[in-house]
Design a protein around this ligand. Structure first.
Ligand code: NAP
Length: 326
């Protein structure tokens, strides 16, 4: 385990406990070790399989069945499991947290996390919720990699009255892991992410299922002709169902607000198509195209055509799985 960071000034935290070691937990371990940011990294996972894999990959030096045991003596605890279990985990680990420790998380929703976790934090422990806006459709401890957070945003949403020194320490850690950091309220985070992440995932899940349920188009045609646009939705729709169930159950209001707006705009396009209003369609599509340019200019995606992917072998029409590899 690395014990000094890149500048040689020593690790930023002595003992980091990862509660959950899937895509995000394992990527944090890689990024911490890349920068020499932690003296020691330990972890907790639910299944023996994940604990064994995490040890085999060197993600942690100890993998505990009990979250309580994992947090003993940790000066930084990072919750990296699905948000639906944060409340139960916080209640379990609360009494065992070290005085002065920072507890943070990576959950994709923030107001519900503050609601569920904050009441279990003892006095003297600093709770600073966070969300790295970075991910892939893959899950599990083998899917993580050190560069996941490079040049991506991490949002911190400290509740009012949070110790500013703790916020600054966490900001410095995420920056050392390659991220840009922004601080905002949990409610604002949830509204922004509803439109930039949650609704797009819902649309992807829905369009993939709609296509799969079509009676006059066979399954193999859906796969065979997927390069027409559909396959890009299948990538998003291959994301972890547990994680996304918990996101929608815990960001209801913001998602419903954004879905309302989406439905209105969709109806507007539908009407333009029905009445042959080409100018409306052209204007709307041109505006949308500009957004893509902004994403590229902000360094949030490649400018290479087709996301820079080298297209694979000719499509045969044979049904293929969109299951992510574990
Ligand atoms: P993941 O790869 O599926 O890993 C989840 C981890 O949590 C695994 O170690 C799993 O243990 C553990 N876990 C699952 N259910 C649990 C339970 N009921 N009790 C205790 N532990 C449990 O998930 P992930 O993609 O890393 O997501 C983790 C968190 O990151 C979520 O809160 C998500 O909102 C957030 N996030 C995800 C992304 C993304 O793109 N995936 C991006 C940003 C933030 P086992 O393997 O032993 O089951």
């Amino acid at each position: 385990m690395t014990s000094a960071n890149a500048s040689g000034s020593g690790p930023m935290f002595k003992r980091v406990a990862l509660i959950g070691m899937g895509l995000i937990g394992s990527s944090i371990s890689h990024a911490l070790r890349r920068g020499g940011l932690a003296g020691e990294i330990v972890g907790h996972a639910r299944t023996a399989e994940t604990r064994a894999t995490a040890l085999r990959l060197g993600l942690v030096t100890a993998a505990y069945r009990s979250a309580t045991k994992a947090v003993v003596g940790a000066d930084l605890v990072i919750l990296c499991s699905p948000v639906g279990v944060y409340g139960a985990i916080a209640a379990e680990i609360g009494p065992h947290l070290a005085g002065g420790a920072i507890v943070t998380d990576v959950g994709s929703v923030k107001a519900a996390v503050v609601r569920d976790v904050a009441p279990h934090m003892p006095a003297g422990v600093h709770f600073v919720p966070g969300h790295p806006i970075a991910g892939t459709e893959y899950s599990g401890p083998e899917s993580g990699f050190a560069t996941l957070f490079d040049n991506r945003w991490c949002v911190l949403t400290p509740p009012t009255g949070t110790d500013q020194a703790a916020v600054q320490r966490l900001r410095a850690l995420w920056e050392a892991m390659g991220s840009n950091v922004e601080v905002m309220s949990p409610e604002h985070h949830d509204l922004v992410l509803a439109i930039t992440s949650h609704v797009p995932h819902l649309i992807a899940f829905n369009i993939v299922n709609t296509a799969a349920h079509l009676e006059r188009v066979t399954d193999s045609e859906v796969i065979k002709f997927s390069a027409g646009g559909f396959r890009d939705f299948t990538r998003i729709a291959a994301s972890d169902p547990t994680m996304w169930r918990d996101v929608f159950l815990n960001n209801r209001e913001a998602v419903i607000e954004m879905l309302g707006r989406f439905a209105e705009d969709l109806a507007h396009l539908q009407r333009a198509i029905r009445f042959g209003e080409g100018e409306t369609l052209y204007r709307q599509f041109s505006e949308a195209r500009e957004i893509r340019k902004g994403v590229i200019q902000a360094g949030q995606d490649t400018a290479a055509p087709n996301f820079g992917r080298a297209d694979g072998p000719a499509v045969t029409g044979a049904p293929t799985s969109v299951e992510p590899k574990r």
